[in-house]
Design a protein around this ligand. Structure first.
Ligand code: GLN
Length: 196
């Protein structure tokens, strides 16, 4: 299995390491590769869009001519996991902040997000999350995280923090407002692989 990590900006090395760890732990043959070119993108079985800065990542996806191909792959069933800024990019609606910055979204998931929803004083924190389908809580690391403010259609909320949605799934697509690559818990990456 080839796991691709979009590698234009953001938490790339951490996702590469965690993907390899998650594969090894499952005893699955495969490799995690940094994706910056179209031929690299086309070679992967599943894809991770990391956290970082969603406006910057969006612009760079255009610049590197990856944007439209990611949309096609997402629509055609390739499993994609977006974390934090990646979660923002997967949404159909980015809220006021995305509009203000003119951030072009991939618009793959039936959900609306609010960027930097936790505001300044609580920009970063950790919280133990109950996740549908996981037997024990997942350590959620939130860094200037977005919230999922609304889901519709086939999009379903898989986890909430204090009543607010922080993880959603729509068929082959996973959106997490937190950073699983900064933990030692490979289960989110393994969930992505299980969709391949
Ligand atoms: N606040 C960032 C954004 O909206 C996301 C932060 C992150 O990915 N850690 O782009």
């Amino acid at each position: 299995m080839n796991v691709g990590v979009i590698s234009v900006q953001g938490a790339v090395p951490e996702h590469l390491l965690m993907s390899q760890l998650a594969l090894d732990e499952l005893g699955k043959k495969g490799q995690a590769i940094a994706v910056r070119r179209l031929d690299e993108l086309r070679s992967v079985d599943c894809l991770i869009i990391p956290g970082g800065e969603s406006t910057t990542i969006s612009k760079l996806l255009r610049k590197f001519q990856l944007f439209d191909e990611i949309v096609d792959m997402g629509r055609n069933g390739t499993p994609i996991m977006g974390t934090c800024a990646g979660c923002v990019l997967l949404a159909k609606k980015g809220g006021e902040q995305a509009e203000k910055t003119g951030t072009e979204l991939l618009s793959l998931m039936d959900m609306a997000v609010d960027r930097n929803a936790f505001g300044r004083q609580r920009e970063s924190f950790e919280a133990s999350l109950t996740v549908n389908g996981l037997e024990s809580p997942f350590p959620g690391i939130f860094i200037r995280a977005p919230l999922i403010t609304k889901v519709w259609g086939d999009c379903q909320v898989l986890s909430r923090h204090q009543g607010e949605a922080v993880m959603a799934r729509q068929d082959n697509l996973l959106a997490l407002s937190f950073h699983p690559e900064l933990t030692t818990d490979p289960r989110m990456h393994q969930l992505l692989f299980s969709l391949v």
